[in-house]
Write a protein that binds this ligand. Structure first.
Ligand code: TXA
Ligand code: MG
Length: 330
């Protein structure tokens, strides 16, 4: 299959392919997604094939508008008000809610679970395409399974060239990390994946519980070693005290900006002005760049774990665990 990359002006091509039951890679405000008609099991199966994603890992469903929420999710009376408030506040945006599913959502989308993950994207190109299409789109990040999420059309092409028909290019994504995922349980907000909407923001609505990675292992799709570069990644507190091994070729992903340093073949500063939003937006791109250098180790400085910093640390920690060794390769 030949993969075409087009600008957002050619959005009609994407809509036509989606109608034909094909997959297309689309920009969202978080990362690029690989989209297909969520109500068509055969179209959804193509997402799993293109990504080499195991079928037990469920997908996020992206409806065109709020009115779809109760067509795909069956909101329990007890959580209804809170769910609607959160939808009102954070949609469209980088925010996903796991809710009890309705029959209309095919089993393949939710990997057989009785819940469905729902998010409305704020990206103008994604929003236009999904509205034109008129039905919810299933879309995981547009990378091979277990690899770093793509924040440019070129990254998508590096991952999926020849495996999907179309990539819509709208430049760099805004947030650079995937959406925050929550579920509501016993009136509490459980954070299943940290992201651009922080626990500080969510705590205005209910008590918060951050679900630990150990608990998540038992849930599908929450493999601890997602987001893995091929190069081993080592987390450090402060670059000043880092000592390379003899002949070790090192690259640095720095939080406290530095310029040149003999210990490192290459350095990327996440944000010169220590702005976590900028750091999150740069994170996956810089990890890919450093990964491409074929060094022995990528050394990454820890970032302060408050607000969005917690989401960045979550990705770095997973990256430091390396590619998944419990089965399906990345
Ligand atoms: O920002 C994002 O969320 C991007 C853009 C494209 O929307 N999407 C994304 O999808 O990151 P994906 O598939 O790469 O990650 C979604 C995560 C997976 O870890 C999956 O296991 C989890 O959401 N998930 C999906 N449905 C779930 C469910 N019903 N219960 C628990 N976890 C679920
Ligand atoms: Mg993903």
């Amino acid at each position: 299959m030949k993969t075409q990359i087009v600008s957002s002006q050619e959005f009609a091509k994407a809509v036509a392919l989606l109608r034909a039951g094909e997959t297309v890679a689309l920009p969202t405000e978080t990362v690029y997604g690989l989209a297909a008609d969520s109500l068509n099991p055969l179209a959804v199966a193509k997402i799993f094939e293109a990504k080499a994603r195991p079928r037990f890992d469920p997908l996020i469903v992206h409806p065109p508008e709020r009115a779809w929420l109760e067509k795909i999710a069956d909101l329990p009376q007890r959580d209804r008000q809170l769910t609607l408030k959160l939808a009102e506040k954070f949609w469209p945006g980088p925010f996903t809610m796991v809710l009890p599913k309705r029959e209309i959502v095919p089993e393949i989308v939710t990997a057989g679970l009785d819940t469905v993950a729902v998010r409305i994207s704020a990206h103008p190109v994604f929003a236009k395409i999904v509205r034109e299409f008129g039905k919810p789109l299933a879309a995981p990040s547009a990378n091979r399974f277990g690899r770093i999420s793509p924040t440019t059309a070129q990254h998508v092409s590096n991952e999926l060239d020849g495996r999907i028909p179309l990539i819509v290019d709208a430049g760099l994504t805004e947030h650079g990390i995937e959406s925050t995922i929550i579920a509501i349980r016993k009136g509490k907000i459980e954070i299943l994946r940290r992201g651009p909407i922080t626990s500080e923001q969510l705590s205005a609505f209910a008590k918060i519980r951050v679900v630990t990675s150990r608990e998540k292992i038992s849930a599908p799709g929450q493999l601890a070693s997602h987001y893995a570069p091929r190069t081993p990644l080592q987390l450090i507190d402060d670059v000043k005290s880092f000592l390379p091994k003899p002949n070790q070729r090192c690259a640095l992903l720095a939080w406290k900006a530095i310029e040149k340093d003999e210990r490192f073949i290459a350095i990327h500063n996440l944000s010169e002005r220590k702005d976590v939003r900028e750091a999150a937006a740069n994170l996956f791109r810089y990890l890919r760049d450093l990964d491409a250098l074929d060094v022995d180790v990528i050394v990454a400085e820890r970032v302060p774990p408050q607000g969005l910093g917690a989401a960045i640390m979550d990705r770095l920690q997973r990256a430091s665990r390396g590619p998944d060794r419990r089965g399906t390769p990345g």
